[in-house]
Structure formats: structure tokens, C-alpha cells
Design a protein around this ligand. Structure first.
Ligand SMILES: C[S@@+](CC[C@H](N)C(=O)[O-])C[C@H]1O[C@@H](n2cnc3c(N)ncnc32)[C@H](O)[C@@H]1O
Length: 216
């Protein structure tokens, strides 16, 4: 097993309180990322979240965007169970326990969210393939938002080992690949997106991050 599939072990084993404390350490618990993009998300329509975790983003959307239909895609059976229970009486939310690498959706989306480093869970070769897949889920003028940590600018080298990051945890290792700005530009153009803007920001715990806004 390699790439994205090798990270399943962690997401199926990590206790919910540990996952939540990682969110807090990252400075995402107050949803600064979503606050930054809120004005770009249409007031109604269909929103897909890739890798919905325990529902941090879905909770924000429900609180702030009452009109949207939300499709929460999550590969982990453990986390999907949490989501299904949490939103069982919420008609605006559909939870799908599926792998985004193979999922097909019948209806096109206005917005796809891939936040809090979700993209990093995929290997270098997988990232552009998934981006193309997400492009195919979007309507004309649909938008994809991707949040990743900032990588110090590459100079002469096209690639640095700093892009391969392994996080060792008692619940299994997470193997990640951190794309550079150039990688993101290449993926976006190969998938047929225009890279509309990049928002650089610091989380509440001073982590330096970037949100890429891509439009069909
Ligand atoms: C870093 S967490 C982000 C959680 C949430 N999006 C947030 O912003 O709080 C990444 C999530 O993506 C899920 N994930 C990883 N690979 C996936 C895949 N192939 N298909 C669907 N979900 C996936 C993980 O199980 C995990 O819940």
C-alpha cells in the first residue's frame, strides 16, 4: 500500500478527541479558513467537501449558509459513522462513505472544498489525478478551494525533499506530499482550471497557510 491508501490506517484508528486536538493545534478549530473564503461561496447551491472528517466544515456551513445542500465525502468508516449520526436529522447534509479516487456523483457541484491539508494525504502522482476528478464534478463557473501549508519558495531545484513529509503517530504514520506553487499551477492547468487567486494567511496558532481558489 502506498500514497493515499496507506493513510487509511491512521484515519480509521485515530480517536476523535485526538483528531479534534490536532485541529486545534493547527489553529483550524475556529474555522478561519472558511471565514476567509465565505464571501466566494455562493449563497445557495451544492457544496461538496472532500474528506469531511468529523464535520468541522459542515458545521460551519450549516451555521452560516442555510441554503446550501452539502455532500460530505469521507473514506474512513469510523469518521463516516460519526458524520452519519451527527447529521441524521439534517436534510441539507448527505454523508457518503466513499473514496474520492473512485466516487462518481450524479449532480454537478457549485463548490468543492478540499481544506486543512486534505490534498497532502495523496501522493505526488495521485494529486493531479484527483484534481481532474474534482474538476469533472463541478458546474461551469464552479470553484474548487484547496488549503495547504506554505512551502518556502523553491529556487533552482524543481523539487525538494521538504515536500515529502511523514508524520509519525501512535495510530499509524501519515505520509504526505506538499505541492509547491508551481506544482499547483501545473495541476490546475492540466485539470482545466484557471488559478484565480491564492490567499496567504496565518491560522490562530500562527501556522502559515495558503488557500488556492480554482475556477472552471
Ligand atoms: C486532514 S483531514 C481534514 C478534515 C476536514 N476536511 C477539515 O477540514 O476539518 C483529511 C480527511 O480526508 C479524509 N480522506 C483521506 N483520503 C480520502 C479519500 N481518498 N476519499 C475521501 N476522504 C479521504 C480523511 O479520512 C480525513 O477525514
Amino acid at each position: 500500500m502506498s500514497g493515499n491508501d496507506s493513510n487509511r490506517i491512521f484515519y480509521n484508528a485515530v480517536p476523535l478527541d485526538v483528531f479534534q486536538s490536532l485541529t486545534k493545534q493547527g489553529g483550524f478549530d475556529e474555522c478561519i479558513d472558511l471565514e476567509l473564503i465565505e464571501k466566494h461561496i455562493a449563497t445557495s447551491g451544492r457544496i461538496m467537501e472532500v474528506g469531511a472528517g468529523y464535520g468541522r466544515c459542515v458545521d460551519f456551513l450549516l451555521k452560516n449558509k442555510q441554503e446550501s445542500q452539502i455532500l460530505a465525502v469521507e473514506q474512513s468508516p469510523q469518521l463516516s459513522k460519526v458524520l452519519l449520526e451527527k447529521y441524521k436529522n439534517q436534510p441539507k447534509v448527505q454523508v457518503i462513505n466513499a473514496d474520492i479516487k473512485t466516487l462518481d456523483v450524479p449532480d454537478k457541484m457549485d463548490v468543492v472544498l478540499w481544506l486543512f491539508s486534505g490534498m497532502l494525504d495523496f501522493g505526488k502522482e495521485e494529486q493531479p489525478v484527483v484534481m481532474k476528478r474534482l474538476r469533472s464534478f463541478l458546474k461551469e463557473n464552479g470553484k474548487l478551494f484547496i488549503d495547504i501549508p506554505q512551502l518556502a519558495e523553491l529556487t533552482v531545484a524543481k523539487y525538494t525533499s521538504a515536500q515529502d513529509i511523514v508524520m509519525e503517530t501512535p495510530y499509524g504514520n501519515i505520509t504526505t506530499f506538499l505541492p509547491s506553487f508551481n506544482d499547483m499551477e501545473t495541476y490546475a492547468s492540466q485539470a482545466g482550471f484557471s488559478l484565480v487567486s491564492v490567499i496567504h494567511y496565518n491560522t490562530s496558532t500562527e501556522k502559515k497557510r495558503s488557500i488556492y481558489m480554482l475556477e472552471v
